[in-house]
Design a protein around this ligand. Structure first.
Ligand SMILES: *[C@@H]1O[C@H](CO)[C@@H](O)[C@H](O)[C@H]1NC(C)=O
Ligand SMILES: *[C@@H]1O[C@H](CO)[C@@H](O)[C@H](O)[C@H]1NC(C)=O
Ligand SMILES: *[C@@H]1O[C@H](CO)[C@@H](O)[C@H](O)[C@H]1NC(C)=O
Ligand SMILES: *[C@@H]1O[C@H](CO)[C@@H](O)[C@H](O)[C@H]1NC(C)=O
Ligand SMILES: *[C@@H]1O[C@H](CO)[C@@H](O)[C@H](O)[C@H]1NC(C)=O
Ligand SMILES: *[C@@H]1O[C@H](CO)[C@@H](O)[C@H](O)[C@H]1NC(C)=O
Ligand SMILES: *[C@@H]1O[C@H](CO)[C@@H](O)[C@H](O)[C@H]1NC(C)=O
Ligand SMILES: *[C@@H]1O[C@H](CO)[C@@H](O)[C@H](O)[C@H]1NC(C)=O
Ligand SMILES: *[C@@H]1O[C@H](CO)[C@@H](O)[C@H](O)[C@H]1NC(C)=O
Ligand SMILES: *[C@@H]1O[C@H](CO)[C@@H](O)[C@H](O)[C@H]1NC(C)=O
Length: 402
């Protein structure tokens, strides 16, 4: 009994101590509380609130991709043309009032797959979009995306961590696998011991059933990678886990979001019957870095506040992210949108030009600008294809993308 009392006093003291110092997050961000039996701490973060990002060129956390695969290389009747024009921001007028974007509809970043093919050197290509994170040093982490799929069958939405084809933690959602009540998602751990997607090793591929139509509202997909488990979640609920660590990635990587079609009936199918829009409201990643400079930065800022106590728990609500009819403090949470809390000190984060807070690495700025210079030079001829699931609203350059 005496022992028990001492123990609970220690707990109360620990809670008090943590709440005193945890307003800043110099030592990291945790899944579960550090007082829980199982938890994981990550040192670095990447947060993109796409309901607020007006100029995607200001978001140096992402490198929008431009590449082509001809129909043979793309394994489809169609080739794949990954273009910047298929990435279209539609930020909320004021997300604290409602989630209506400046062009109408759900606010967020649109990744588009147009219905119509485009001819390149006489061959048919379907256009699509891909974002790769600028950070390429992610090793362990919790990776989360707020999304709403297209209602048109015939596209593939991928959200994955990637080192190479043998070290990849993957979620793929085929819009042909959506019906009125359910959506199937394909979860894959690509391993060094062979197998990809449908021919993956037993135990590395799982089809999970989400009990809703993913094109009707925003939901969250997530995967956590720790030294002991890789676990997938939907709307905060666990759906699958792998704990055979010999299959786990061994090298650092980056995250990718992609929306594409090649017309192959065995996978993406398509082309989609209309202009297909995948809407992203956020990506949040809390991860450890393989970069020795970032590791040193973490050690220094954590030691400067006296060590391990300054860990902030990552909010992990159960249920879909909510945007309509909620008060501002019930919107999805971002440490980097909370300057009063000083929760992203010395992190490499996206920030609006006017606000203070995090710090950005200079090399990321260079690559972001280079890509967007290309967009400005080459964007205009392609504007004609945007009709259907998104509609033209107002005149002007960005508006004509709708
Ligand atoms: C968080 O706690 C839950 C049980 O409450 C557990 O299943 C999960 O693995 C924990 N996550 C981590 C990263 O430890
Ligand atoms: C958004 O709306 C809220 C609530 O009405 C208001 O307090 C806030 O100032 C608005 N923000 C902007 C940028 O207009
Ligand atoms: C969102 O708020 C704006 C401004 O109050 C209003 O014009 C618009 O109709 C609202 N949208 C919805 C879907 O309620
Ligand atoms: C596809 O192209 C055809 C021919 O130009 C056009 O009539 C049609 O409206 C386009 N469809 C969509 C969905 O853009
Ligand atoms: C899923 O929901 C969307 C939006 O409500 C709707 O347009 C679509 O028809 C639904 N899909 C199916 C297969 O019922
Ligand atoms: C919808 O998809 C689920 C999961 O594949 C399946 O169990 C269900 O029977 C489907 N419903 C209809 C009406 O086809
Ligand atoms: C991430 O790195 C920190 C600092 O080295 C370490 O304390 C923590 O356990 C690591 N997280 C995981 C999940 O391994
Ligand atoms: C883990 O995976 C490896 C490689 O496929 C396999 O040889 C081993 O038997 C697996 N271990 C367990 C406990 O399933
Ligand atoms: C903050 O980060 C920068 C860039 O990584 C590093 O040079 C610096 O030493 C860090 N400062 C502190 C106090 O952590
Ligand atoms: C944020 O935290 C850092 C590290 O603890 C501290 O040096 C800095 O002064 C704080 N900034 C503000 C605005 O409180």
């Amino acid at each position: 009994m005496a022992l028990l009392r001492v123990h609970s006093l220690v707990c109360i003291f620990a809670t008090w101590f943590i709440s005193l110092v945890s307003s800043a997050c110099e030592c990291g961000y945790s899944v579960n509380s550090t007082l829980d039996p199982e938890y994981a701490v990550f040192t670095d973060l990447l947060e993109s609130d796409f309901t607020k990002i007006k100029n995607f060129k200001d978001d140096f956390d992402w490198r929008p991709q431009v590449w082509q695969l001809d129909p043979v290389a793309a394994l489809g009747p169609y080739g794949r043309a990954t273009v910047l024009e298929a990435i279209v921001p539609n930020p909320a007028v004021n997300v604290s009032i409602n989630a209506t974007g400046i062009y109408g509809g759900q606010a967020g970043l649109n990744l588009l797959v147009p219905h119509n093919y485009t001819l390149i050197n006489g061959e048919k290509y379907l256009m699509g979009a891909e974002l790769d994170s600028t950070r390429n040093d992610m090793f362990y982490g919790t990776f989360r995306i707020g999304y709403r799929t297209t209602k048109y069958p015939g596209t593939c939405f991928g959200f994955y961590w990637y080192h190479d084809d043998n070290q990849e933690i993957d979620i793929e959602l085929l819009s042909r696998q959506i019906n009125a009540t359910d959506t199937l998602i394909n979860l894959v751990l690509h391993t060094p011991v062979g197998g990809t997607n449908l021919d993956a090793l037993p135990g590395t591929y799982q089809v999970a059933d989400l009990p809703y139509n993913t094109s009707a509202q925003i939901h969250e997909l997530r995967f956590d990678w720790t030294p002991s488990a890789i676990t997938w979640y939907q709307d905060g609920r666990q759906i699958w886990t792998i704990s055979n660590t010999t299959l786990f990635p061994q090298q650092p990587g980056h995250i990718v979001v992609t929306h594409w079609s090649n017309g192959n009936p065995l996978w993406s199918a398509g082309p989609p019957e209309g202009n297909a829009a995948l809407v992203l409201t956020y990506v949040k990643a809390y991860f450890n870095s393989s970069d020795s400079q970032r590791q040193k930065d973490h050690r220094e800022r954590c030691e400067a506040v006296g060590g391990g106590g300054a860990v902030c728990q990552i909010p992990s609500p159960v249920g879909p992210p909510r945007y309509e009819g909620v008060s501002p403090d019930e919107l999805p949470y971002f440490f980097s949108n909370d300057p009063a809390r000083n929760a992203t000190y010395n992190q490499t984060v996206y920030e609006e030009k006017t606000s203070g807070g995090g710090k950005r690495r200079s090399e990321a700025i260079g690559s972001g600008l280079a890509v967007w210079m290309l967009f400005l030079q080459w964007g205009i001829p392609v504007l004609g294809f945007m009709l259907g699931e998104w509609r033209p609203r107002i005149g002007g350059y960005m508006h004509s993308l709708y």
